[in-house]
Design a protein around this ligand. Structure first.
Ligand code: CA
Length: 222
């Protein structure tokens, strides 16, 4: 899971204002304006929450919401310029977590984003079979709880947020130790080893974290 909030909005000015406010509130953001780009992006990056405009070029918000719900529980807040649309949307049971009517104040959007994240257990998200709950450093794999340390949790979360992508030891270290601590390369290896052992205990015979010789590690589920 990444901490990114995806803003899907084709009005550039509005997208920029939202991005500014959300960044000031401490969120990492990414903006998309073309409806066709949304689902592939979500599949690759697993954002923490999606602000989804209803009327978009390429593919509309309704269709996008339905498609995302087929593979992800990421919270979605739909935005629409027509207040009368909201009742109709509610009736469709799209699986969106909230609806906001334009014009909205960016401050209101930030408040709603925070409220939806709180409701969803802070930042709980399911990706590639793993449920990660950031607030409790808890990971559940195929229904089995993994007892992870904070470092192991962060490693797993980071690797799983980009399945298939190879990360070098240095990148992984930078991610898990935010201070300028000097840590030996082998530290990562030993954390990975423990992490694998814990995963193997609940899912024997299946590799999730793969080492790439001379480069680093990647996460890949079957
Ligand atoms: Ca629009």
């Amino acid at each position: 899971m990444s901490g990114i909030i995806l803003i899907v909005e084709d009005e550039g000015k509005l997208a920029r204002i939202l991005a500014d406010y959300l960044q000031q509130a401490g969120f990492e953001i990414h903006c998309l304006g073309d409806g066709l780009a949304v689902v592939p992006w979500v599949q690759e990056h697993h954002p923490r929450l999606i602000l989804l405009d209803l009327m978009l070029p390429g593919k509309g918000g309704l269709e996008i919401c339905k498609e995302i719900r087929a593979f992800s529980t990421t919270p979605i807040i739909m935005t629409t310029a027509r207040v009368e649309e909201i009742d109709r949307l509610l009736g469709l049971e799209l699986g969106a977590d909230d609806y906001i009517c334009k014009p909205f104040s960016p401050r209101e959007v930030v408040a709603r984003v925070k409220a939806v994240l709180r409701r969803n257990g802070g930042a709980q998200q399911t990706i590639s079979g793993i449920t990660l709950d950031e607030t409790r450093y808890q990971a559940t794999l195929q229904g089995h709880k993994l007892e992870l340390t904070a470092v192991e949790f962060k490693l797993l979360q980071f690797l799983a947020s980009n399945p298939g992508r190879i990360y070098g030891r240095e990148t992984l270290m930078d991610h898990i130790y935010s201070d300028d601590r000097i840590v030996a390369d082998r530290t990562i290896d030993s954390h990975i080893k423990k992490l694998r052992k814990k995963i193997a205990a609940v899912e024997p015979g299946q590799e999730w974290i793969h080492s790439v010789y001379g480069v680093g590690y990647k996460y890949e589920s079957e």
